[in-house]
Design a binder for this molecule. Structure first.
Ligand SMILES: [Fe+2]
Ligand SMILES: [Fe+2]
Length: 226
């Protein structure tokens, strides 16, 4: 990853930094399960935004390739309990199937679904062209940094969290290749500070689903227990 000097730090970077500095290193298995649910909803808007970008540039070969690699791909297949060998799918479908690997109380599922639906409704209020342009910020280093931060969480060995960890590690590889990587396929859309609104909504979703991500919440819990 390239070092950034302070003059290059955009509003997007500020929110991404905030996400990366959340309390990833102290998450329990339940917390990480909540993160996987939050990420599933993020992945729905990611697919929608990519389709918006493709619709705005129907003859763009790089975006066509990116769409194929995110929405009609076997690049995560096979995976036990989720994808057969060679099976093509959207990456949000991979996450949807991963979530089914872990039974949760109905009340917990309802809480995650409500947070996710509220997030997706808020995303719909972001101007369409900014949603399309977000692919450059997501794929050209933004998500790579977020995934690296997520991978600093302690690993808890269960089928869902193993699949989510595999998903994150593979995505760092997909996005970062200097030639064939997803960053290289989307960079030409250009960055825009207004994309920070989408990053901010993701930050809010993560904290709503996983309050332990907030350092303040953790300190209050420790204080209450002492
Ligand atoms: Fe993906
Ligand atoms: Fe990607």
């Amino acid at each position: 990853m390239l070092a950034r000097d302070s003059s290059q730090i955009s509003r997007n970077d500020i929110v991404i930094d905030e996400i990366c500095s959340l309390n990833w290193r102290n998450l329990s298995a339940d917390d990480m399960t909540a993160v996987a649910w939050a990420y599933y909803y993020f992945s729905i808007q990611f697919r929608e935004n990519l389709r918006i970008a493709c619709a705005s540039r129907p003859d763009d070969p790089a975006l066509k390739l990116l769409l194929a690699e995110e929405c009609d791909t076997s690049n995560l297949s096979p995976y036990p309990g989720i994808a057969e060998a060679g099976e093509k799918m959207n990456h949000d479908e991979f996450m949807r199937r991963a979530l089914k690997l872990k039974q949760l109380p109905a009340e917990t599922r309802w809480r995650f679904s409500r947070a996710g639906s509220n997030y997706l409704s808020a995303v719909k209020n972001v101007p369409t062209h900014i949603r399309g342009q977000s692919m450059a910020s997501y794929e050209d280093g933004g998500l790579e940094r977020v995934f690296e931060a997520m991978l600093t969480a302690p690993h808890h060995d269960d089928p869902l969290l193993n699949a989510f960890r595999f998903f994150l590690a593979e995505h760092i590889r997909f996005d970062s290749d200097p030639v064939a990587g997803h960053g290289n396929l989307s960079r030409h859309l250009g960055d825009d500070d207004k994309i920070s609104e989408l990053w901010r909504l993701f930050l809010q979703l993560l904290i709503e689903a996983t309050p332990s991500l907030s350092h303040q919440a953790r300190e209050e819990r420790i204080h209450a227990a002492s």
